[in-house]
Design a protein around this ligand. Structure first.
Ligand code: CTP
Ligand code: CA
Length: 211
């Protein structure tokens, strides 16, 4: 199978020397890419800026902004049998990027932000993707409720829900614990383990769902 994966944060420039971003190491997405490759799947990894080395034996597409990630997904999605959206995409970007460095002046500064493209939310509705569609939901409260809502709203086959209020798991960590949210309100808890081990189990489940 061909699996497309998004990973890492995006960076939204404010001026030539500053940007808005999200907390994300990219580890979960990269672990999924490696696990998929280890299962002999063809992998396209669309990655925001991370410090991780490029996994061998996969097609890596590097992007910075949400718009670049959106365009890269649009370009590569049609050849995928399954798509896993693990990126922490910025929800807003500065409405204007200053041409020159913004100089320090008044005591307060208000930024105007505009919404970015919802990449996962466009997979079915804009790109017409018919394959197995998997998203993540990072939540600090009402984990299952929010994840189920995203499952339905974005037309997913699976949402991997992450409780990011718990220390030691989630975005900057080596380990993760997740709850799987499936259509019809079904859920399944996957206990805390390394992201590599979790990725292996998730790829097996996703390849079953995609068949
Ligand atoms: N996602 C995306 N493009 C965006 C925002 C999110 O592709 N612009 C994807 C993420 O990669 C993840 C899923 O959508 O797989 C859910 O991301 P999340 O931030 O939890 O959901 P949002 O829809 O942005 O809602 P909110 O941040 O308000 O909870
Ligand atoms: Ca978001």
């Amino acid at each position: 199978m061909h699996i497309l994966i998004t990973a890492g944060p995006t960076r939204e420039p404010l001026d030539p020397v500053r940007y808005l971003t999200n907390r994300s190491s990219g580890r979960m997405g990269y672990a999924l890419a490696e696990a998929a490759r280890n299962e002999e799947h063809e992998v396209t990894l669309i990655s925001g800026p991370v410090t991780l080395p490029a996994p061998e034996g996969i097609h890596l597409v590097k992007v910075e902004t949400a718009r670049e990630m959106y365009e890269a997904v649009q370009k590569h999605l049609s050849k995928a049998d399954a798509a896993i959206f693990a990126a922490a995409v910025a929800d807003y970007r500065p409405a204007v990027k200053a041409e020159q460095k913004i100089k320090k002046g008044a005591e307060t500064l208000t930024l105007e932000l505009e919404r970015t493209e919802d990449i996962l939310g466009s997979a079915r509705s804009v790109f017409g993707f018919k394959g197995c569609l998997v998203g993540f939901a990072a939540e600090t409260e009402k984990l299952i409720e929010h994840a189920q809502d995203k499952l339905v709203r974005k037309g997913c086959d699976l949402i991997i829900a992450n409780d990011v209020s718990q220390p030691g798991i989630g975005f900057d960590s080596v380990e993760n614990a997740v709850t799987l949210c499936l259509p019809g309100g079904r859920t399944q808890v996957m206990p805390r383990q390394s992201k590599a081990a979790l990725a292996g189990e998730l790829i097996q489940l996703i390849s079953r769902l995609a068949r």
